[in-house]
Design a protein around this ligand. Structure first.
Ligand SMILES: Cc1cc2nc3c(=O)[nH]c(=O)nc-3n(C[C@H](O)[C@H](O)[C@H](O)COP(=O)(O)OP(=O)(O)OC[C@H]3O[C@@H](n4cnc5c(N)ncnc54)[C@H](O)[C@@H]3O)c2cc1C
Length: 416
Protein backbone atom coordinates (compact mmCIF):
# COMPACT_ATOMS: atom_id res chain seq x y z
CA UNK A 1 0.00 0.00 0.00
CA UNK A 2 1.21 3.48 -0.73
CA UNK A 3 2.10 5.47 2.34
CA UNK A 4 0.58 8.90 2.87
CA UNK A 5 2.62 11.52 1.11
CA UNK A 6 4.77 13.50 3.45
CA UNK A 7 4.94 16.60 1.34
CA UNK A 8 2.88 16.29 -1.79
CA UNK A 9 0.74 19.31 -2.45
CA UNK A 10 -2.08 17.35 -4.05
CA UNK A 11 -4.31 14.39 -3.34
CA UNK A 12 -2.29 11.73 -5.12
CA UNK A 13 -5.18 9.24 -5.18
CA UNK A 14 -7.05 11.56 -7.47
CA UNK A 15 -5.64 11.43 -10.97
CA UNK A 16 -4.48 15.01 -11.23
CA UNK A 17 -5.44 16.95 -14.29
CA UNK A 18 -7.47 14.22 -15.99
CA UNK A 19 -9.41 15.51 -18.94
CA UNK A 20 -12.77 13.84 -19.48
CA UNK A 21 -12.88 12.71 -23.13
CA UNK A 22 -11.66 11.34 -25.44
CA UNK A 23 -9.39 8.77 -23.72
CA UNK A 24 -6.58 9.43 -26.17
CA UNK A 25 -6.36 12.97 -24.82
CA UNK A 26 -6.12 12.03 -21.15
CA UNK A 27 -3.32 14.03 -19.59
CA UNK A 28 -1.36 12.73 -16.67
CA UNK A 29 0.43 15.29 -14.61
CA UNK A 30 3.49 14.33 -12.61
CA UNK A 31 5.73 16.18 -10.23
CA UNK A 32 8.80 14.61 -11.81
CA UNK A 33 9.24 12.72 -15.06
CA UNK A 34 12.45 10.82 -15.71
CA UNK A 35 13.61 9.94 -19.19
CA UNK A 36 15.68 6.76 -18.84
CA UNK A 37 15.42 3.86 -16.43
CA UNK A 38 19.11 3.07 -15.90
CA UNK A 39 20.85 3.30 -12.52
CA UNK A 40 20.71 7.13 -12.59
CA UNK A 41 17.01 7.50 -13.38
CA UNK A 42 15.94 4.64 -11.13
CA UNK A 43 17.90 5.98 -8.14
CA UNK A 44 16.07 9.29 -8.53
CA UNK A 45 12.76 7.48 -8.88
CA UNK A 46 13.35 5.43 -5.72
CA UNK A 47 14.11 8.55 -3.66
CA UNK A 48 11.34 10.72 -5.11
CA UNK A 49 8.65 8.06 -4.81
CA UNK A 50 9.62 7.35 -1.21
CA UNK A 51 9.19 11.08 -0.56
CA UNK A 52 5.62 10.87 -1.83
CA UNK A 53 6.08 12.71 -5.11
CA UNK A 54 4.18 11.69 -8.20
CA UNK A 55 6.86 10.19 -10.43
CA UNK A 56 7.03 8.64 -13.86
CA UNK A 57 9.90 6.90 -15.60
CA UNK A 58 10.06 6.25 -19.33
CA UNK A 59 12.46 3.49 -20.39
CA UNK A 60 12.87 2.50 -24.01
CA UNK A 61 14.14 -1.02 -23.27
CA UNK A 62 11.40 -3.60 -22.82
CA UNK A 63 13.13 -4.93 -19.70
CA UNK A 64 15.00 -2.79 -17.19
CA UNK A 65 18.76 -3.27 -17.58
CA UNK A 66 18.45 -5.66 -20.53
CA UNK A 67 20.23 -5.96 -22.88
CA UNK A 68 23.24 -5.24 -20.68
CA UNK A 69 25.68 -2.68 -22.07
CA UNK A 70 28.27 -2.69 -19.34
CA UNK A 71 31.22 -4.48 -17.73
CA UNK A 72 29.01 -4.60 -14.60
CA UNK A 73 31.93 -3.79 -12.31
CA UNK A 74 30.54 -2.22 -9.13
CA UNK A 75 32.99 -1.25 -6.35
CA UNK A 76 31.62 -2.04 -2.89
CA UNK A 77 30.51 0.76 -0.60
CA UNK A 78 33.71 0.71 1.50
CA UNK A 79 35.81 1.36 -1.61
CA UNK A 80 33.48 4.14 -2.73
CA UNK A 81 33.88 5.82 0.68
CA UNK A 82 37.63 5.98 -0.03
CA UNK A 83 37.10 7.03 -3.62
CA UNK A 84 34.43 9.69 -3.05
CA UNK A 85 34.76 10.57 0.65
CA UNK A 86 32.36 13.56 0.65
CA UNK A 87 29.30 11.75 -0.71
CA UNK A 88 26.55 11.94 1.90
CA UNK A 89 24.21 9.36 0.40
CA UNK A 90 26.88 6.66 0.08
CA UNK A 91 24.54 4.07 1.66
CA UNK A 92 22.71 3.83 -1.68
CA UNK A 93 25.81 2.08 -3.06
CA UNK A 94 24.58 -1.40 -2.40
CA UNK A 95 23.47 -4.39 -4.40
CA UNK A 96 21.05 -7.14 -3.33
CA UNK A 97 22.61 -10.61 -3.21
CA UNK A 98 20.68 -11.95 -6.18
CA UNK A 99 22.03 -9.14 -8.39
CA UNK A 100 25.66 -10.08 -7.66
CA UNK A 101 27.17 -12.58 -10.11
CA UNK A 102 30.61 -12.65 -8.51
CA UNK A 103 32.98 -10.73 -6.26
CA UNK A 104 36.47 -9.46 -7.06
CA UNK A 105 39.11 -8.76 -4.47
CA UNK A 106 41.65 -6.91 -6.62
CA UNK A 107 42.39 -5.05 -9.83
CA UNK A 108 45.34 -6.07 -11.98
CA UNK A 109 46.62 -3.59 -14.54
CA UNK A 110 48.63 -5.06 -17.41
CA UNK A 111 51.00 -2.64 -19.16
CA UNK A 112 51.58 -2.49 -22.95
CA UNK A 113 54.59 -4.81 -22.54
CA UNK A 114 52.86 -7.23 -20.22
CA UNK A 115 54.05 -6.00 -16.80
CA UNK A 116 51.44 -6.63 -14.13
CA UNK A 117 50.47 -4.32 -11.25
CA UNK A 118 47.90 -5.69 -8.81
CA UNK A 119 46.29 -3.95 -5.87
CA UNK A 120 43.42 -4.85 -3.55
CA UNK A 121 40.05 -3.38 -4.50
CA UNK A 122 36.75 -5.05 -3.65
CA UNK A 123 33.91 -5.01 -6.14
CA UNK A 124 30.74 -6.83 -7.04
CA UNK A 125 30.19 -7.94 -10.58
CA UNK A 126 26.52 -7.31 -11.16
CA UNK A 127 23.79 -8.79 -13.20
CA UNK A 128 22.53 -5.38 -14.25
CA UNK A 129 19.16 -6.67 -15.33
CA UNK A 130 18.48 -8.02 -11.85
CA UNK A 131 20.05 -4.93 -10.24
CA UNK A 132 17.98 -2.43 -12.19
CA UNK A 133 14.81 -4.52 -11.89
CA UNK A 134 15.29 -4.41 -8.14
CA UNK A 135 15.54 -0.59 -8.16
CA UNK A 136 12.47 -0.47 -10.40
CA UNK A 137 10.50 -2.70 -8.02
CA UNK A 138 11.30 -0.41 -5.07
CA UNK A 139 10.23 2.67 -7.03
CA UNK A 140 7.03 0.98 -8.20
CA UNK A 141 6.18 -0.25 -4.72
CA UNK A 142 6.37 3.38 -3.57
CA UNK A 143 3.99 4.49 -6.28
CA UNK A 144 6.21 5.41 -9.22
CA UNK A 145 4.86 4.69 -12.70
CA UNK A 146 7.44 3.02 -14.94
CA UNK A 147 6.62 2.64 -18.62
CA UNK A 148 9.05 0.27 -20.31
CA UNK A 149 9.39 -0.18 -24.05
CA UNK A 150 8.64 3.50 -24.66
CA UNK A 151 11.14 5.78 -26.36
CA UNK A 152 10.14 9.14 -24.99
CA UNK A 153 10.87 12.68 -26.15
CA UNK A 154 10.87 15.91 -24.18
CA UNK A 155 8.79 18.89 -25.27
CA UNK A 156 9.64 21.76 -22.93
CA UNK A 157 7.17 24.40 -21.76
CA UNK A 158 7.36 27.11 -19.13
CA UNK A 159 6.03 24.87 -16.38
CA UNK A 160 8.38 21.97 -16.97
CA UNK A 161 7.39 20.07 -20.03
CA UNK A 162 5.77 17.17 -21.79
CA UNK A 163 7.34 13.76 -22.12
CA UNK A 164 6.09 10.86 -24.21
CA UNK A 165 6.50 8.92 -27.43
CA UNK A 166 4.82 11.83 -29.25
CA UNK A 167 3.67 15.28 -28.13
CA UNK A 168 0.03 14.10 -28.35
CA UNK A 169 0.64 11.09 -26.10
CA UNK A 170 2.87 12.92 -23.64
CA UNK A 171 2.50 13.36 -19.88
CA UNK A 172 3.30 16.59 -18.14
CA UNK A 173 6.02 16.96 -15.50
CA UNK A 174 6.90 20.03 -13.42
CA UNK A 175 10.47 18.80 -13.25
CA UNK A 176 12.16 16.64 -15.84
CA UNK A 177 15.26 14.55 -15.16
CA UNK A 178 17.41 13.65 -18.15
CA UNK A 179 18.68 10.16 -17.31
CA UNK A 180 18.77 8.85 -20.86
CA UNK A 181 22.49 8.13 -21.08
CA UNK A 182 24.94 9.62 -23.54
CA UNK A 183 24.22 11.45 -25.78
CA UNK A 184 21.09 12.73 -24.08
CA UNK A 185 18.36 14.01 -26.34
CA UNK A 186 16.52 15.26 -23.27
CA UNK A 187 19.45 17.34 -22.02
CA UNK A 188 19.93 18.75 -25.47
CA UNK A 189 16.27 19.68 -25.86
CA UNK A 190 16.50 21.40 -22.49
CA UNK A 191 19.33 23.56 -23.82
CA UNK A 192 22.13 21.91 -21.84
CA UNK A 193 25.52 21.80 -23.60
CA UNK A 194 25.29 18.16 -24.69
CA UNK A 195 26.38 18.85 -28.25
CA UNK A 196 29.35 21.01 -27.22
CA UNK A 197 30.60 18.06 -25.15
CA UNK A 198 30.98 15.73 -28.11
CA UNK A 199 34.50 15.35 -29.44
CA UNK A 200 36.97 12.65 -30.46
CA UNK A 201 38.92 12.88 -27.20
CA UNK A 202 35.89 13.31 -24.94
CA UNK A 203 33.83 10.29 -25.97
CA UNK A 204 34.97 6.67 -25.86
CA UNK A 205 33.46 3.89 -27.93
CA UNK A 206 33.17 0.64 -26.01
CA UNK A 207 32.52 -2.86 -27.28
CA UNK A 208 32.30 -6.04 -25.25
CA UNK A 209 31.66 -9.76 -25.52
CA UNK A 210 30.18 -11.87 -22.81
CA UNK A 211 32.50 -14.88 -23.02
CA UNK A 212 31.94 -18.33 -21.59
CA UNK A 213 33.97 -21.51 -20.99
CA UNK A 214 36.87 -19.55 -19.60
CA UNK A 215 39.46 -20.51 -17.05
CA UNK A 216 40.15 -16.92 -15.92
CA UNK A 217 40.70 -16.14 -12.24
CA UNK A 218 37.30 -15.40 -10.83
CA UNK A 219 38.25 -12.82 -8.21
CA UNK A 220 40.53 -10.44 -10.14
CA UNK A 221 39.38 -7.80 -12.60
CA UNK A 222 41.99 -7.01 -15.25
CA UNK A 223 42.65 -3.77 -17.13
CA UNK A 224 44.93 -3.89 -20.17
CA UNK A 225 46.72 -0.79 -21.41
CA UNK A 226 47.31 -1.81 -25.00
CA UNK A 227 47.71 0.99 -27.58
CA UNK A 228 47.45 -1.53 -30.42
CA UNK A 229 44.08 -3.04 -29.55
CA UNK A 230 42.48 -0.49 -27.19
CA UNK A 231 43.92 2.77 -28.52
CA UNK A 232 43.02 5.73 -26.32
CA UNK A 233 41.34 3.51 -23.75
CA UNK A 234 41.87 0.10 -22.19
CA UNK A 235 40.84 -3.50 -22.48
CA UNK A 236 39.17 -5.45 -19.68
CA UNK A 237 38.47 -8.95 -18.48
CA UNK A 238 35.84 -8.85 -15.75
CA UNK A 239 34.96 -12.32 -14.40
CA UNK A 240 31.27 -13.05 -13.90
CA UNK A 241 31.46 -16.45 -12.24
CA UNK A 242 30.91 -19.94 -13.72
CA UNK A 243 33.70 -19.48 -16.29
CA UNK A 244 32.11 -16.36 -17.75
CA UNK A 245 33.60 -12.88 -18.18
CA UNK A 246 32.80 -9.54 -19.74
CA UNK A 247 35.66 -8.98 -22.17
CA UNK A 248 35.87 -5.63 -23.91
CA UNK A 249 37.78 -2.62 -25.09
CA UNK A 250 37.23 1.12 -24.97
CA UNK A 251 38.84 3.24 -27.67
CA UNK A 252 38.99 6.87 -28.73
CA UNK A 253 39.09 7.90 -32.35
CA UNK A 254 42.27 10.03 -32.53
CA UNK A 255 44.33 7.07 -31.33
CA UNK A 256 43.03 4.60 -33.88
CA UNK A 257 45.62 4.18 -36.60
CA UNK A 258 44.82 3.09 -40.11
CA UNK A 259 41.30 2.16 -40.96
CA UNK A 260 40.71 -0.37 -38.24
CA UNK A 261 37.21 -1.33 -37.25
CA UNK A 262 36.43 -1.65 -33.56
CA UNK A 263 35.39 -5.31 -33.93
CA UNK A 264 38.77 -6.10 -35.44
CA UNK A 265 40.45 -4.36 -32.52
CA UNK A 266 38.47 -6.42 -30.03
CA UNK A 267 39.32 -9.59 -31.95
CA UNK A 268 42.98 -8.51 -31.86
CA UNK A 269 42.81 -7.93 -28.11
CA UNK A 270 41.32 -11.37 -27.52
CA UNK A 271 43.62 -13.24 -29.91
CA UNK A 272 46.85 -11.25 -29.96
CA UNK A 273 47.41 -9.41 -26.69
CA UNK A 274 49.97 -11.82 -25.28
CA UNK A 275 48.61 -11.88 -21.73
CA UNK A 276 44.91 -11.64 -22.55
CA UNK A 277 45.10 -14.28 -25.30
CA UNK A 278 46.54 -16.75 -22.84
CA UNK A 279 43.84 -16.04 -20.28
CA UNK A 280 41.02 -16.29 -22.82
CA UNK A 281 42.18 -19.41 -24.66
CA UNK A 282 39.30 -21.77 -25.45
CA UNK A 283 36.63 -19.22 -24.53
CA UNK A 284 33.39 -18.86 -26.48
CA UNK A 285 31.85 -15.54 -27.49
CA UNK A 286 28.24 -15.50 -26.34
CA UNK A 287 26.96 -11.99 -27.11
CA UNK A 288 28.29 -8.66 -28.33
CA UNK A 289 27.32 -5.18 -27.18
CA UNK A 290 28.66 -1.69 -27.77
CA UNK A 291 27.97 1.86 -26.68
CA UNK A 292 29.58 5.25 -26.33
CA UNK A 293 30.65 6.81 -23.06
CA UNK A 294 31.46 10.40 -22.08
CA UNK A 295 34.96 10.56 -20.57
CA UNK A 296 35.59 14.28 -20.21
CA UNK A 297 33.92 14.85 -16.87
CA UNK A 298 30.61 16.57 -16.19
CA UNK A 299 28.83 18.88 -18.63
CA UNK A 300 29.61 22.57 -18.16
CA UNK A 301 26.01 22.99 -16.96
CA UNK A 302 23.76 20.25 -15.60
CA UNK A 303 20.46 22.03 -14.85
CA UNK A 304 17.96 24.58 -16.12
CA UNK A 305 14.95 26.07 -14.29
CA UNK A 306 13.03 22.78 -14.67
CA UNK A 307 15.47 20.14 -15.89
CA UNK A 308 18.41 18.28 -14.35
CA UNK A 309 20.75 15.88 -16.12
CA UNK A 310 22.18 12.89 -14.23
CA UNK A 311 24.58 10.02 -14.90
CA UNK A 312 25.93 9.60 -18.43
CA UNK A 313 23.49 12.25 -19.71
CA UNK A 314 25.48 14.74 -17.64
CA UNK A 315 28.94 13.27 -18.35
CA UNK A 316 29.15 11.76 -14.86
CA UNK A 317 31.62 9.02 -15.71
CA UNK A 318 35.01 8.79 -14.00
CA UNK A 319 37.37 9.64 -16.86
CA UNK A 320 40.33 7.53 -15.72
CA UNK A 321 38.42 4.30 -15.28
CA UNK A 322 35.19 4.68 -17.27
CA UNK A 323 33.07 3.72 -14.26
CA UNK A 324 29.66 5.36 -14.31
CA UNK A 325 27.15 3.15 -12.48
CA UNK A 326 27.92 4.59 -9.08
CA UNK A 327 28.18 8.22 -10.19
CA UNK A 328 24.87 7.80 -12.02
CA UNK A 329 23.27 6.52 -8.82
CA UNK A 330 24.78 9.32 -6.74
CA UNK A 331 23.83 12.11 -9.15
CA UNK A 332 20.39 10.54 -9.60
CA UNK A 333 19.88 10.69 -5.87
CA UNK A 334 21.23 14.26 -5.62
CA UNK A 335 18.85 15.37 -8.38
CA UNK A 336 16.04 13.72 -6.43
CA UNK A 337 17.02 15.66 -3.31
CA UNK A 338 17.12 18.92 -5.29
CA UNK A 339 13.64 18.21 -6.68
CA UNK A 340 12.32 17.70 -3.15
CA UNK A 341 13.87 21.02 -2.04
CA UNK A 342 12.25 22.64 -5.07
CA UNK A 343 8.78 21.43 -4.11
CA UNK A 344 9.16 22.00 -0.38
CA UNK A 345 10.94 25.36 -0.35
CA UNK A 346 11.02 26.55 -3.96
CA UNK A 347 14.82 26.14 -3.91
CA UNK A 348 16.10 26.56 -7.47
CA UNK A 349 17.50 23.49 -9.19
CA UNK A 350 20.95 25.07 -9.11
CA UNK A 351 21.12 23.36 -5.71
CA UNK A 352 21.63 20.09 -7.63
CA UNK A 353 24.77 21.33 -9.33
CA UNK A 354 26.04 22.80 -6.07
CA UNK A 355 25.51 19.42 -4.38
CA UNK A 356 27.34 17.28 -6.94
CA UNK A 357 30.20 19.79 -7.17
CA UNK A 358 30.50 19.73 -3.41
CA UNK A 359 30.36 15.93 -3.11
CA UNK A 360 32.09 14.54 -6.22
CA UNK A 361 33.35 17.61 -8.10
CA UNK A 362 36.96 17.41 -6.96
CA UNK A 363 37.40 13.73 -7.85
CA UNK A 364 35.74 14.21 -11.24
CA UNK A 365 38.04 17.14 -11.96
CA UNK A 366 41.15 15.25 -10.80
CA UNK A 367 40.18 12.27 -12.87
CA UNK A 368 39.65 14.43 -15.95
CA UNK A 369 43.04 16.12 -15.56
CA UNK A 370 44.80 12.78 -15.15
CA UNK A 371 43.06 11.42 -18.22
CA UNK A 372 44.20 14.49 -20.14
CA UNK A 373 47.76 14.05 -18.86
CA UNK A 374 47.89 10.37 -19.80
CA UNK A 375 46.41 11.23 -23.23
CA UNK A 376 49.83 12.60 -24.13
CA UNK A 377 51.54 9.28 -23.48
CA UNK A 378 48.88 6.76 -24.39
CA UNK A 379 49.70 6.54 -28.08
CA UNK A 380 53.30 5.52 -27.39
CA UNK A 381 53.40 1.98 -26.05
CA UNK A 382 57.03 2.00 -25.00
CA UNK A 383 56.92 5.39 -23.22
CA UNK A 384 53.61 4.58 -21.59
CA UNK A 385 54.94 1.26 -20.39
CA UNK A 386 58.01 2.96 -18.92
CA UNK A 387 55.85 5.59 -17.25
CA UNK A 388 53.71 2.90 -15.60
CA UNK A 389 56.80 1.11 -14.33
CA UNK A 390 58.22 4.34 -12.92
CA UNK A 391 54.94 5.08 -11.17
CA UNK A 392 54.61 1.67 -9.56
CA UNK A 393 51.51 -0.06 -8.21
CA UNK A 394 50.48 2.46 -5.53
CA UNK A 395 50.47 5.45 -7.85
CA UNK A 396 48.76 3.51 -10.63
CA UNK A 397 46.04 2.57 -8.16
CA UNK A 398 45.66 6.25 -7.20
CA UNK A 399 45.19 7.32 -10.81
CA UNK A 400 42.60 4.63 -11.50
CA UNK A 401 40.82 5.70 -8.32
CA UNK A 402 40.70 9.39 -9.34
CA UNK A 403 43.33 10.57 -6.80
CA UNK A 404 46.35 12.59 -7.89
CA UNK A 405 49.30 10.37 -6.81
CA UNK A 406 51.68 11.82 -4.25
CA UNK A 407 54.48 13.84 -5.82
CA UNK A 408 52.79 13.92 -9.24
CA UNK A 409 50.59 17.03 -8.90
CA UNK A 410 52.96 19.27 -10.83
CA UNK A 411 53.48 16.66 -13.54
CA UNK A 412 49.73 16.20 -13.97
CA UNK A 413 49.18 19.98 -14.14
CA UNK A 414 51.89 20.39 -16.75
CA UNK A 415 50.70 17.52 -18.91
CA UNK A 416 46.91 18.13 -18.63
C1 LIG B 1 30.68 -1.45 -22.75
C2 LIG B 1 30.55 -0.65 -21.49
C3 LIG B 1 31.07 -1.16 -20.30
C4 LIG B 1 30.94 -0.46 -19.11
N1 LIG B 1 31.38 -1.00 -17.96
C5 LIG B 1 31.19 -0.38 -16.78
C6 LIG B 1 31.55 -1.00 -15.57
O1 LIG B 1 32.04 -2.12 -15.54
N2 LIG B 1 31.32 -0.32 -14.39
C7 LIG B 1 30.76 0.93 -14.39
O2 LIG B 1 30.58 1.53 -13.30
N3 LIG B 1 30.38 1.54 -15.54
C8 LIG B 1 30.56 0.90 -16.72
N4 LIG B 1 30.13 1.49 -17.88
C9 LIG B 1 29.45 2.78 -17.80
C10 LIG B 1 28.04 2.58 -17.26
O3 LIG B 1 27.38 1.59 -18.00
C11 LIG B 1 27.24 3.90 -17.33
O4 LIG B 1 28.03 4.95 -16.86
C12 LIG B 1 25.97 3.80 -16.51
O5 LIG B 1 25.12 2.81 -17.02
C13 LIG B 1 25.26 5.14 -16.48
O6 LIG B 1 23.97 5.02 -15.96
P1 LIG B 1 22.81 5.99 -16.50
O7 LIG B 1 21.60 5.63 -15.74
O8 LIG B 1 23.29 7.39 -16.47
O9 LIG B 1 22.68 5.65 -18.04
P2 LIG B 1 22.28 4.29 -18.76
O10 LIG B 1 22.67 3.12 -17.95
O11 LIG B 1 22.81 4.42 -20.15
O12 LIG B 1 20.71 4.33 -18.76
C14 LIG B 1 20.03 5.21 -19.60
C15 LIG B 1 18.73 4.54 -19.95
O13 LIG B 1 17.93 5.44 -20.69
C16 LIG B 1 17.26 4.72 -21.69
N5 LIG B 1 16.88 5.68 -22.73
C17 LIG B 1 17.70 6.36 -23.56
N6 LIG B 1 16.98 7.20 -24.33
C18 LIG B 1 15.68 7.03 -23.96
C19 LIG B 1 14.46 7.61 -24.39
N7 LIG B 1 14.44 8.53 -25.36
N8 LIG B 1 13.31 7.21 -23.83
C20 LIG B 1 13.33 6.26 -22.84
N9 LIG B 1 14.45 5.67 -22.40
C21 LIG B 1 15.61 6.06 -22.95
C22 LIG B 1 18.26 3.67 -22.14
O14 LIG B 1 17.62 2.56 -22.74
C23 LIG B 1 18.92 3.30 -20.82
O15 LIG B 1 18.32 2.21 -20.20
C24 LIG B 1 30.28 0.81 -19.09
C25 LIG B 1 29.76 1.34 -20.29
C26 LIG B 1 29.89 0.62 -21.47
C27 LIG B 1 29.29 1.20 -22.74
Amino acid sequence: MRTAPTMLRRDRNRPVGLVAVPPSLIINKYDVILVGGGPGGLSSAVYLSKKGLKVKVFEKKKLLGKPVRCGEYFPVKEEMVRLLPRVKCIDIIDAPDDSVDSKCKSIRLVSPRGHEFEFPFAAYILDRHVFESHLGDIARSNGADIDVGVQAHFYPDEEGGWVGPTREQADHGEIIIAADGYPSETAERAGLPEREYAGPYTVATNIEYLMTDLGVEQDVAEMYMDPRYSPGGYGWIIPKGHGRANVGIGIREPYVRRNWQIRELLAGFIDKNKVAAQRLRGGQKASLIGDSLPVDGPLARTYTDRVMAVGDAAGMVMPTNGGGIQTAMITGRLAGEAAVRYFEEKTPLSSYEEAWKDQIGLEMENSKRMRQASDRLMGHGFVFDMMLRLMGTKRIADVIMCQVPSGMGLFVNMMA
